[in-house]
Design a protein around this ligand. Structure first.
Ligand SMILES: [Fe+2]
Length: 257
């Protein structure tokens, strides 16, 4: 069973449109799921949510989704200096002020986790567990350098067994590791990659029969349109340079996610 996993779109409508067009040309993809963070940092939160809903793409709540949805005091994002903190708050307040009641209700209603049974739930077989950050919190960053012990602890808390897959996003950096027979897949980011490659990123996951296969896909999109949209809005222009550089711009070193 082949799944497409798209995460951290962050209101980047041009990037999402390009990814969905790319997926439309792949008939062997059985289903597409989003792993959260639909909004924040770019000027199309309502349009992004409308497109996801219109395409009937189910998914889980990212930290941005659950904090905007619940009206929390901040987005649960990490920042490393005062400028990053300022940018983070600007993005969050801009987004909170502009999401429609309908968008907010949708974000608030997203589940924390989705479990898939590629072989069907009528037989025991591998599970694919979808979350945003970790199985415990959507704000916790699961970077590739975390220990095997951390991975196995999370797998235990999630109830994962050898052969299962736990997929997540949140760090905007794609990676795949296997620990104790369990696959850990970070899908990277559609709308705000941070690995130096500006192109939209997503994952094709083959699971259920045979070995688990993970393919990182990158898609070119109209990044100039996304940058114009940011600059024409009241969002900080820093976010436009950030997109173009794939998260490497010296935009006050922002790494807010
Ligand atoms: Fe994110």
């Amino acid at each position: 069973m082949k799944y497409a996993l798209i995460s951290d779109i962050h209101a980047n409508l041009p990037a999402l449109e390009a990814v969905l067009e790319h997926l439309g040309a792949q008939p062997d993809v059985a289903a597409t799921y989003h792993l959260g963070d639909l909004v924040g940092y770019a000027p199309w939160p309502n349009e992004t949510v409308a497109l996801i809903r219109g395409a009937k793409i189910a998914g889980v709540a990212g930290n941005y989704d659950s904090t905007v949805g619940s009206g929390y005091k901040h987005c649960g994002c990490r920042y490393e200096d005062a400028r990053q903190e300022e940018l983070s708050h600007l993005s969050y307040s801009w987004t909170r002020e502009r999401v429609s009641p309908e968008t907010r209700a949708y974000l608030a209603g997203l589940p924390f986790r989705i479990d898939l049974s590629p072989g069907g739930g009528h037989i025991s077989g591998p599970r694919v567990i979808l979350v945003h950050g970790t199985p415990t919190l959507n704000t916790l960053y699961w970077t590739e350098d975390r220990s095997d012990e951390f991975a196995l602890k999370m797998a235990g808390l999630a109830g994962a067994k050898p052969g299962d897959v736990i997929a997540f996003g949140h760090t905007h950096l794609p990676w795949h590791r296997e620990v104790g027979g369990i696959h850990f897949v970070n899908t990277g980011s559609v709308g705000r990659p941070k690995d130096g490659d500006w192109r939209a990123g997503y994952v094709l996951l083959d699971a259920g029969s045979g070995p688990v296969q993970v393919k990182n896909v990158r898609v070119e999109y109209d990044v100039d349109r996304a940058m114009r949209g940011i600059r024409d809005s009241e969002l900080p222009d820093d976010f436009a340079a950030y997109l173009r550089s794939g998260g490497q711009a010296a935009v006050s070193g922002t790494s807010a996610r």
